[in-house]
Ligand binder design. Structure first.
Ligand SMILES: Nc1ncnc2c1ncn2[C@@H]1O[C@H](COP(=O)(O)OP(=O)(O)OP(=O)(O)O)[C@@H](O)[C@H]1O
Ligand SMILES: [Mg+2]
Length: 232
């Protein structure tokens, strides 16, 4: 298995206010597949993604990525893992306002070990024509594509998206999802997308459900649809 969490536990707070954000979660992701993660608000989805991406560490349990155990890595090694192996896309883009589109992507490329070709990535996401614009001169969907390009330029093994389309209308969501589909096909990136929109599950290879800090199901999608056919 390419990515695996076993018995993941993570609590926040103490005593009366203690919350078990992950409460014995097990998850397995195969290489090169697209996963959609569904679950009620507060069920532990973001916590799960943050752990897989090395943004935070488990209280208990193990995470292995491509044969390497990342739970228990020292801070410096975890930073390296985040830097080289993981691309993160957040709901609110996190672009640097004073840098152009190209510069926003370039700064990530500059610190990456084996970055992809910046022109190829900008073309794949169809943002080439905005390369010299600033983020506030772009629509939400265009900004989200720049955020995906930033995550992708370092050629991560794993692309993690938290509420990828949460701030977008359905037309723009579809455009962004088509690019996600293309990224998966063109670069073979393993992708996990958290969403509240169940229609997005249609384009997944498998759908993971999270409930009360546990993975309640991880089911192959027998009728995988292209993003162009999702009923968003
Ligand atoms: N840093 C934190 N400090 C305290 N509690 C936290 C923290 N992060 C998460 N939690 C709690 O852990 C639980 C799981 O949170 P998480 O953000 O993983 O949920 P989620 O499934 O992503 O929800 P949503 O769909 O609303 O984004 C929630 O009860 C939340 O309040
Ligand atoms: Mg969340």
């Amino acid at each position: 298995m390419f990515i695996q969490m076993k018995n993941g536990r993570k609590s926040y707070g103490k005593g009366e206010s203690e919350v078990h954000a992950l409460d014995g979660a097990d998850i397995s992701l195969e290489k090169g597949k697209v996963y959609v993660i569904l679950g009620p608000s507060g069920s532990g989805k973001s916590t799960m993604l943050n752990m897989l991406g090395g943004l935070d560490s488990l209280d208990e349990g193990t995470i292995t990525v491509d044969g390497r155990e990342i739970s228990g890595l020292k801070a410096a090694d975890l930073t390296k893992y985040r830097k080289t192996d993981v691309g993160f896309v957040f709901q609110f883009y996190n672009l640097i306002p004073d840098l152009t589109v190209k510069e926003n992507i370039q700064v990530v490329s500059d610190i990456a070990d084996k970055p992809l070709d910046i022109d190829e990535v900008m073309q794949a996401l169809d943002i080439d024509k905005y390369r010299d614009r600033f983020p506030n001169e772009l629509s939400g969907g265009q900004q989200q594509r720049v955020a995906i390009a930033r995550a992708l330029i370092k050629n991560p093994k794993l692309l993690l998206c938290d509420e990828l389309t949460g701030a977008l209308d359905s037309k723009t969501s579809r455009t962004v999802l088509k690019f996600i589909e293309k990224v998966n096909q063109q670069f073979g990136t393993t992708i996990a997308i958290i969403t509240h929109n169940e229609a997005i599950a249609g384009m997944a290879d498998a759908v993971i459900k999270i409930k009360d800090g546990k993975v309640s199901s991880n089911t192959a999608n027998e009728n995988k649809l292209p993003a162009s056919e999702l009923a968003l």
